[in-house]
Design a protein around this ligand. Structure first.
Ligand SMILES: [Zn+2]
Length: 322
């Protein structure tokens, strides 16, 4: 039997790219969900794949998006939470702000899709001990917000300590908390967070074993704009490295992997948006063929369930709540 691997898509909408990029007009929440959702759903159906869509609450709160969003559970895919406002500084939110953010997202997802999420991925891989506490309080089963690279934990640590109003004592306390918490950011293999006695499965976004460079589809497609041969070799190396290291990978997709500059002119300056759509979809297809050829590909919930069932082999990272 082939080892398990998971597949998910972060349904970042046009406005969230514009917001991050600092472009005017994002405040009216322009959307491409009516184009990209049917395209992705169709693509997955043809390949017999059932995956997890991480959906932004703000999109689910807009009625014009409901028709597109309803197609996702109707095709048998899992719905998960990708925050309400898609702000990559979610790790700086207070507990009170987080509870509101989660409540609003769960309500909107339930209205738009009829589903209640049990999985979460923070925007921009943002995560904090408080986010984990709120997830545990609200009965979530898994989190997928970590991206093990050598750069991200340092950047995050910087944000943690930067807060000027924090007293020395507070700072010391947080340093210790962050020390334990940051252990989790280094693992490529799934593990469990112990959040004050409750457990939450963590499934990191897989990076290349050893060097920890990104291997999500957008990055491999970006490489292909320089050399298809090199991108193919890189992806095959990543797959082999995961198998050798005993890592059950979790591959991440984005809407831009299924769109060209013609579909979203505002985003045509983003990497690989100049690729003709047929060429792009063919390359994504190739990536997924290698993936499904080597692994039994499941959604995030199934991946988390299989991690929970093999509890003995799973490492535990304790999170102390301040
Ligand atoms: Zn996102």
């Amino acid at each position: 039997m082939k080892p398990i691997a998971s597949l998910s898509l972060d349904l970042d909408n046009k406005w969230s790219y514009m917001k991050t990029h600092g472009d005017a007009g994002w405040e009216s929440f322009p959307s491409y969900l009516d184009i990209v959702v049917p395209r992705v759903v169709d693509f997955l159906k043809n390949r017999d794949l059932k995956i997890t869509f991480f959906i932004v609450g703000q999109d689910a709160a807009i009625e014009a998006n409901h028709e597109a969003l309803a197609q996702i559970p109707a095709a048998g895919h899992e719905i998960a939470n990708h925050s309400f406002n898609h702000e990559p500084w979610l790790h700086l939110y207070s507990e009170e702000q987080l509870v509101e953010e989660f409540q609003k997202t769960e309500d909107a997802l339930s209205t738009a899709t009829g589903k209640h999420p049990i999985g979460f991925r923070g925007p921009g891989y943002s995560l904090s001990p408080t986010v984990l506490k709120v997830l545990a309080d609200r009965g979530y089963e898994y989190d997928c917000s970590t991206l093990p690279t050598y750069i991200a934990p340092l950047a995050r640590a910087y944000y943690f300590f930067k807060s000027p109003e924090m007293s020395e004592e507070e700072r010391e306390k947080r340093k210790k908390l962050f020390g334990k918490f940051s252990d989790g950011f280094q693992s490529l293999k799934p593990y469990t967070w112990d959040v004050g006695g409750r457990s939450l499965i963590e499934i990191p976004v897989t990076t290349m074993p050893g060097v920890k460079t990104p291997i999500h589809a957008s990055y491999v497609i970006y490489l292909s704009t320089f050399s298809k041969l090199a991108a193919r070799a890189y992806w095959k190396t990543a797959i082999q490295a995961c198998k050798l290291a005993g890592v059950q990978p979790s591959l991440l997709l984005h809407p831009l992997d299924f769109l060209s500059g013609d579909d979203a002119p505002e985003l045509k300056f983003f990497p690989a948006m100049n690729l003709p759509i047929e060429e792009k979809l063919e390359f994504v297809s190739e990536i997924l063929e290698t993936y499904t050829g080597n692994f039994e590909v499941v959604n995030m919930k199934e991946h988390a369930d299989s991690v929970a069932a093999s509890q003995k082999q799973v490492r535990e990272v304790r999170v102390e709540i301040a």
